[in-house]
Design a protein around this ligand. Structure first.
Ligand SMILES: Cc1cc2nc3c(=O)[nH]c(=O)nc-3n(C[C@H](O)[C@H](O)[C@H](O)COP(=O)(O)OP(=O)(O)OC[C@H]3O[C@@H](n4cnc5c(N)ncnc54)[C@H](O)[C@@H]3O)c2cc1C
Length: 408
């Protein structure tokens, strides 16, 4: 097995690296150096920030990536993407992640755009795709509801046809980034009498449509990442529906996020474990860590190191399938499951290495090892085995589609 880049791939990697070196705005460069994994570079939040430096950085970076089509590396060139091959996307994402450079476009690029390319009308494509690529419009995903997550097809938010409009009433929850978004895409029930998968439609709406209220949900790391979104007699033109009425489930489930290798996660875990080992060997790290005292902590660290390499190879497996024209199925679940559980184990190991020092939450405190990175990721990583499909759901997929076991 040859793990090295081919000459062509090496040339592409250099091109991406040089581009990031030359064009990544100072704000993101500084944040990556100063704050490491604690840096919250959310491009969506920066766009809406009160701080002019953040707004300028978000615009500058969207503009720079836009020049080469790298806002949407996976989209076809005819729609303004870069049309990169799976291997080039892998290299691109590796380099972006190594430099901790933020992606631009959020779920507009990763979910909505690819769906519109397949299912949208010409008008919908012409109107929405350029605004996603220029960074002018940011999107949020309204799928989950208080009673519908894993069993999403049971969703109840109701859309009643009234002339040329739908009138929508109901509630979505966990809408990530809705507070910074300009538009929402949502699954709504248009036929309550049909079997549950067949009565759902996929609709687009500006967030400032009368009747939409976005309420913050603060997570246990005291961060505002997701929201509850309420719909009260919200009028949405029927022309904002994507795909046929009552066929929205199939539109919403179109899995066109080509970046399924989890490479950003794998690069991040590798960086975390390497920096943990390096820091533990420094004078400050020796003083704050308990590695000299406990064998089992050293063993834990070795285990995590091995697991980060395993994760890296899960990513390679997916990319090698895509490279051969195969569509990863349960393999993507394996990678998602392993990566999210690894992020929790790694965070736990990091906190155990530093013992009582890990009680310090303040990342500015001199007494906090590695700017409290592992304390914070220990709390933050809890959500990783829930978001984008829980670990139990991934295991069900691996069991049935991967191992051919009967459904429970
Ligand atoms: C950080 C974060 C961001 C998110 N962002 C968004 C977003 O932007 N938009 C959006 O629409 N949603 C979002 N979600 C919601 C996410 O998709 C759901 O939380 C997830 O699908 C689980 O659904 P649930 O929370 O309703 O849990 P439930 O489905 O109620 O599950 C509860 C428990 O039961 C288990 N379970 C359920 N069904 C089965 C089964 N068949 N077999 C075995 N065990 C089962 C689950 O694994 C879990 O442990 C986000 C969630 C998180 C944590």
């Amino acid at each position: 097995m040859d793990w090295e880049d081919s000459a062509e791939q090496a040339e592409f990697r250099t091109r991406v690296r040089t581009f990031i070196d030359e064009r990544l705005p100072e704000r993101y460069r500084r944040a990556a150096e100063e704050d490491g994994d604690n840096a919250v570079f959310s491009w969506q939040a920066d766009r809406k920030s009160d701080d002019p430096e953040k707004v300028a950085a978000a615009k500058e970076w969207a503009g720079a990536l836009g020049e080469t089509g790298w806002v949407a590396p996976q989209w076809p060139k005819e729609y303004g993407g870069a049309g990169l091959s799976p291997m080039e996307q892998f290299i691109f994402n590796q380099e972006m992640s190594k430099a901790q450079a933020p992606n631009v476009g959020g779920s507009g690029v990763s979910m909505l755009g690819p769906m519109l390319i397949v299912h949208g009308t010409d008008e919908q494509k012409q109107y929405h795709l350029p605004k996603i690529l220029s960074g002018e419009v940011s999107w949020a995903q309204g799928y989950s509801e208080p009673g519908s997550g894993s069993d999403l097809a049971s969703l109840q938010t109701r859309a009643l046809r009234d002339g040329d409009d739908y009138v929508i009433n109901g509630q979505k929850i966990w809408t990530s980034g809705a507070h910074n978004a300009d538009w929402l895409f949502a699954l709504v029930r248009t036929d309550p009498d049909a079997p549950k998968h067949r009565g759902i439609s996929f609709v687009l709406m500006p967030k400032d449509t009368p009747g939409i209220t976005v309420q913050p949900l603060i997570n246990m790391a005291w961060e505002h990442g997701f929201n509850e979104t309420f719909f009260e007699d919200v009028r949405v033109p029927v022309t904002n529906r994507v795909g046929d009425e009552n066929r929205g489930w199939y539109v919403g489930m179109t899995l066109l996020d080509f970046e399924r290798s989890n490479i950003s996660g794998a690069v991040g875990q590798r960086r975390s474990i390497s920096e943990l080992i390096e820091y533990s060997q420094s004078d400050e790290g020796r003083e704050k860590s308990r590695l000299d005292e406990f064998d089992n902590l050293r063993h834990d660290l070795a285990d995590r190191y091995i697991e980060t390499e395993v994760m890296y190879n899960f990513s390679f497996r997916i990319i090698s399938m895509q490279h051969r024209g195969l569509i990863p199925n349960y393999e993507a679940s394996t990678s998602k499951l392993f990566n999210s559980e690894l992020s929790q184990r790694l965070a736990l190991t990091g906190t155990r290495v530093f013992g009582l020092h890990s009680n310090i939450w303040d990342d500015k405190s001199d007494r906090a090892p590695m700017k409290a990175r592992f304390t914070r990721s220990y709390v933050g990583a809890v959500a990783s085995t829930i978001a984008a499909g829980t670990s139990e759901i991934q295991r069900n997929i691996i069991a049935t589609r991967g191992l051919g076991l009967p459904r429970g």
